[in-house]
Each structure stands twice: as structure tokens, then as C-alpha cells.
Design a protein around this ligand. Structure first.
Ligand SMILES: [Zn+2]
Length: 347
């Protein structure tokens, strides 16, 4: 089968690789859609911390935001999975440690992360193998595009949930990238008044196009009480700014990661009686996200700027926009699409 293989910083190729087999407890999924995300870019540039901590090494097979159809099941797996549309949890705990036993497998010290950590091949390929325990079934009303947006959406759902706002409340999201916009969509679905803060006019204009009229640059930000502030940026100074901007007794949510330490003065946290929450992964939010997409409460499909084939992934990771791409922040990949617009080969 064809797969995107990353051999080192800036060195990648689409190659013929042995297709995965369904070992006991696992399934093989025929991949329909894969999202490219900032983590993938960090592996392409070589900046990703896991490379330097020994959690990941080249060659790598990327791709952790995916949806597809179950094609094969291994021993011990219910054959009813075959043909089902699914997405998979990126985080695969060892299932035995204290954290896993307490339901926190997404922070298991020995976890694999699909397409990211521990040598578990990702979904930028025609097929992927994953443990059946990591699968989440997707209902018919959720198409493959939405299916591949469940993983990033789960992060947005958790950030919005942690903000704990509803009708009559006002929330501010720092950073209108994919996670910031998904968080804003879930906050709006919860009934809150949502503001966004960003740097470049293009992404703010895109946010306004999604109906977020209150999308501001820093000098424009109105002096309003914000009951919750979510930092979904990668700017090291914004976590402290989030705490400065939030109303006393409010909530700050930290989901963005900067390249250098971002410091927060806990005296401010205590003196303002603010609750701070950190979010690492989508895992505990996947089912709620699927439900929100299925009901139509949240539809993030406009975030997808373009859908490309595997041959174009290296260009996307290098920061080049696909020809004809829309203004959204997310690029999707159809592993069965060959070069040229709109052509998909089905087997
Ligand atoms: Zn564990």
C-alpha cells in the first residue's frame, strides 16, 4: 500500500510499504480522510520535543486525525466492526498502570500516540492498524470529513467544557487557529458570547466569516468582562495575558503550547480566585464531539481549506498552501486521491 514516510527533517516520500495486518485485539482501517496538524509540521521541521526526548524517531509515519472504514479484524475482535466508519483515539495507554486503571490512559507514561509517539504508524496511508479499544464508531450523519475533525474537535470540546460558560456569559479565545476556532464553535454552541483575539487580519476575517463578529487584534480588544479565557495560541506571553484578562472567579483554560516557557503568576490566580485548567488531548471528549457533529450543533467543515493526495503532503508540511485552497486553517488528505484535482481512486 502507499504511505507517506518521513525520513528526517524535510525529507519525506510516498512509498510502497507492507500493508498492516490485524493482530489480535486490533483492526485494520481503510483510511478515508486525514487531517494535517501543527504537530505533524513540528515533526517535519524536526522541532517536536518528543524527537529530543526519545519518544519518537525517524523514519515516521504521521497522521493522527483520521476517519475510515474497518476492513479487517484480528483475533478476539467482534466482526460486527467490519464496514463501520470509525475514528480512533490518538492516545493508546498501556492499559495496566495506575493512570490507565483510573481512566486517564491519555496521560499514561508508557502510552503510544498514533502517528506521533512510540513507533505507532499513523494514518497518512491507505490503511492503518489500531487497537479496537481505541475506536469510536461514527454514525451515518457524520461524513469522513467530519470524522477526521473529531480528534481536533475533541480538544476544542474539552477546552470549551473547561471554560464552563453558557447563556449570559462571555468567553474570549486567544489564537484563531484550528483549535481556537473549534473551541469557539463549542463555546458558541453552549450559548456563550464568544470573542476571538488574533494577530493576522486574514485569520480574523475567516473567523468573522464563521459568524464570530467579535474577532479582534490586541489593540482593538474591547475592555469587557470575560468570564472565561482560553489560550489556544503558541505565544509564550499569552497565558499570563489570559489570566490578566479573565474576570475574578472566572476560568482560564490552557491548551496552546509555546516554544518556550510561558509563565503565570499564581498570586494573580489566587487573588482573582480564578480556576485554571490544562488540556493535553481530545481523548475524554471524543464521544461528546461525535454527538455534537451528529446533531449538527457544531459543524466545523468550513475549516477545511483543501483536500489533497499523499503526494502533496510534504508541500503542505513545508508551509505551502495547496492550489485553490480556501481560507480555512486545516488541510485534509484523501490517501486514495492521485495527483490532479478531484480524482479519487477507489479500490
Ligand atoms: Zn498506562
Amino acid at each position: 500500500m502507499r504511505a507517506f514516510v518521513l525520513h528526517g527533517p524535510g525529507r519525506a516520500a510516498v512509498e510502497d510499504v507492507p500493508p498492516p495486518v490485524a493482530v489480535p485485539g486490533e483492526v485494520v482501517v481503510r483510511v478515508e480522510r486525514v487531517g494535517v496538524c501543527g504537530t505533524d509540521v513540528e515533526f517535519f521541521t524536526g522541532e517536536m520535543a518528543y524527537l529530543h526526548q526519545g519518544h519518537s524517531s525517524y523514519p515516521m509515519r504521521l497522521g493522527h486525525e483520521w476517519a475510515g472504514l474497518v476492513a479487517e479484524v484480528g483475533d478476539g475482535v467482534d466482526r460486527a466492526w467490519i464496514g463501520r466508519r470509525v475514528m480512533g483515539d490518538t492516545m493508546i495507554g498501556d492499559g495496566t498502570c495506575r493512570r490507565c486503571r483510573r481512566g486517564h490512559q491519555h496521560v499514561c507514561e508508557h502510552r503510544q500516540e498514533v502517528g506521533i509517539r512510540g513507533g505507532r504508524a499513523g494514518a497518512l496511508a491507505e490503511r492503518i492498524a489500531v487497537p479496537v479499544t481505541s475506536l469510536h464508531a461514527i454514525p451515518d450523519s457524520v461524513d469522513p470529513v467530519l470524522g477526521a475533525l473529531v480528534e481536533p474537535g475533541g480538544n476544542g470540546w474539552r477546552a470549551a467544557r473547561a471554560a464552563d460558560v453558557g447563556p449570559g456569559d462571555r468567553a474570549l479565545v486567544l489564537g484563531p487557529g484550528t483549535i481556537g476556532l473549534l473551541t469557539a464553535l463549542f463555546l458558541r454552541a453552549a450559548g456563550a458570547e464568544v470573542h476571538l483575539l488574533g494577530r493576522d487580519e486574514e485569520s480574523l476575517a475567516f473567523a468573522r466569516g464563521l459568524g464570530f463578529a467579535d474577532a479582534w487584534t490586541e489593540p482593538e480588544l474591547p475592555d469587557l468582562p470575560f468570564d472565561a479565557v482560553v489560550d489556544a495560541s503558541n505565544a509564550a506571553y499569552l497565558p499570563a495575558r489570559a489570566l490578566a484578562l479573565v474576570e475574578p472567579a472566572g476560568r482560564v483554560v490552557y491548551i496552546g503550547l509555546a516554544g518556550s516557557p510561558s509563565l503565570v503568576d499564581t498570586r494573580t490566580l489566587a487573588l482573582k480566585d480564578v480556576t485554571a485548567v490544562g488540556v493535553l488531548s481530545a481523548s475524554p471528549g471524543l464521544d461528546a464531539t461525535i454527538a455534537a457533529y451528529a446533531s449538527g450543533a457544531v459543524d466545523p467543515r468550513p475549516l477545511v481549506a483543501a483536500t489533497v493526495g499523499l503526494e502533496e503532503v510534504a508541500d503542505v508540511l513545508a508551509g505551502r498552501r495547496p492550489a485553490g485552497a480556501g481560507p480555512g486553517p486545516k488541510v485534509h488528505v484523501d490517501p486514495f486521491r492521485r495527483a490532479g484535482p478531484g480524482r479519487t481512486e477507489h479500490d
